[in-house]
Design a protein around this ligand. Structure first.
Ligand code: SAH
Ligand code: SF4
Length: 364
């Protein structure tokens, strides 16, 4: 049974053409599904009875179900969605005055084993399908619309204005499905977000950054976290395959097509590990050829992490070194930590871990 959420416009057109239906029907279906949040074929009033019966027989619109739903004191909302086999993935909505950002997961767990990341510690089970990825958007949009006292953003009928692919998993390691889902986010027939408002965060799979630049160049964030290969090899192990120099060259190539004229480097602040003044100076040196901004992320703790967050004072000093060279540096606000929704706290529920980075095909 075909899940329509797995099909982008072109594929939906081919699918319905097999039943003799014209392309405009695909547009109608997408309007019901994504714009009106209707997934019951019977309620799609401009669809003929005959076509409706075919859809009921040959297709389905299947979404993950909700395992838990929590709202933090600061308004951040986190869902744990059931994706079968006792696996759960997390999706986080972060409301602000002028925007609503949805943080979406791409995998059940992650195989890349960054040492400071709770998802990485969980191990990896499987890639999400594109239906499960766009389904997170669908469900969040649906639930927030029902949330008491919640209004659309000013001058818009949107609730979700921005997406960050920063939930569980390494999005580029699930390339096909992530790109298919992002294309639906960008498609005017579905959610119609601009490429600048969809950000993909990667730990640095340079070969796939090159593909993304051609296929779907959205805004790019890169998890740098260290200013030398020795430390990065240790805390972001994929660095052994794509060391810093190659990563920087990949970022430069990406910018040829990117919707923004900079890359955002994410840098988690780990006390005594990567937060010295020397680290900040070395960081300036390695990024010098890449137009960029920095996003410093206070480390969010989880049980047995073995790390502590840098002091506020140290984060301020680190930031100053970068700001003095005219870089824009933001310090990520910790949102939703009372419901474990902050960066790196997304652990979901991962069972039957298949493999870890040692078996991740480093030569792929
Ligand atoms: N796999 C992708 C995207 C998901 S993680 C990536 O690594 O970029 C989103 C961001 O949160 C990344 O920058 C990641 O390094 C960071 N992060 C992971 N664990 C964290 C923690 N415990 N505290 C703060 N940030 C963390
Ligand atoms: Fe995976 Fe990103 Fe966590 Fe690293 S930081 S383990 S790539 S989710």
């Amino acid at each position: 049974m075909t899940n329509l959420l797995d099909l982008n416009y072109e594929r939906l057109v081919s699918f319905i053409e097999t039943f003799g239906e014209k392309p405009y029907r695909a547009k109608q279906l997408m309007h019901w599904i994504y714009k009106k949040n209707i997934i019951d074929f019977n309620k799609m009033t401009d669809i003929s009875k005959v076509f409706c019966d075919i859809l009921k027989e040959k297709a389905a619109i299947r979404l993950p179900s909700v395992m838990s739903d929590a709202i933090s004191d600061d308004g951040t909302r986190k869902w744990l969605f059931d994706v079968g086999g006792s696996n759960g993935i997390e999706t986080v909505f972060i409301p602000e005055d002028d925007r609503g950002t949805l943080c979406i997961s791409s995998q059940v767990g992650c195989a890349l084993e960054c040492t400071f990341c709770s998802t990485g510690r969980q191990g990896f089970n499987r890639n999400l399908t594109s239906a499960e990825i766009i389904g997170q958007f669908w469900l969040a949009n649906f639930f927030i619309r029902q949330q008491e006292g919640y209004n659309a953003l000013p001058n818009s009928d949107r609730i979700i204005s921005n997406v960050v692919m920063m939930g569980m998993g390494e999005p580029l390691a699930n390339y096909e499905n992530v790109v298919a889902a992002m294309k639906l986010m960008l498609d005017d027939r579905a959610y119609g977000l601009s490429r600048r408002r969809v950000t993909l965060s990667t730990s640095g799979l340079v070969n796939l950054m090159d593909r993304l630049r051609e296929d779907c160049p959205v805004a790019l964030a890169v998890s740098l976290h260290a200013s030398n290969d020795k430390l990065r090899d240790e805390i972001v192990p994929i660095n052994k395959k794509f060391p810093i120099k190659e990563l920087m060259a990949g970022c430069q190539r990406y910018l040829e097509k990117a919707p923004r004229d900079f890359v955002t480097f994410e840098y988690v602040m780990l006390d005594g590990i990567n937060d010295s003044i020397e680290d900040a100076k070395a960081l300036l040196e390695i990024v010098k050829d890449v137009p960029c901004k920095f996003n410093l992320i206070p480390f969010n703790s989880f049980p047995n992490s073995g790390y502590r967050c840098s002091s506020n004072d140290q984060i301020r000093k680190f930031r100053e070194i970068l700001v003095n060279q005219d870089y824009i540096v933001t310090i990520r606000k910790t949102r939703g930590d009372d419901i474990d929704a902050a960066c790196g706290q997304l652990a979901g529920q991962v069972v039957n871990k298949k493999y870890s980075i040692n078996k991740f095909n480093l030569n792929a």
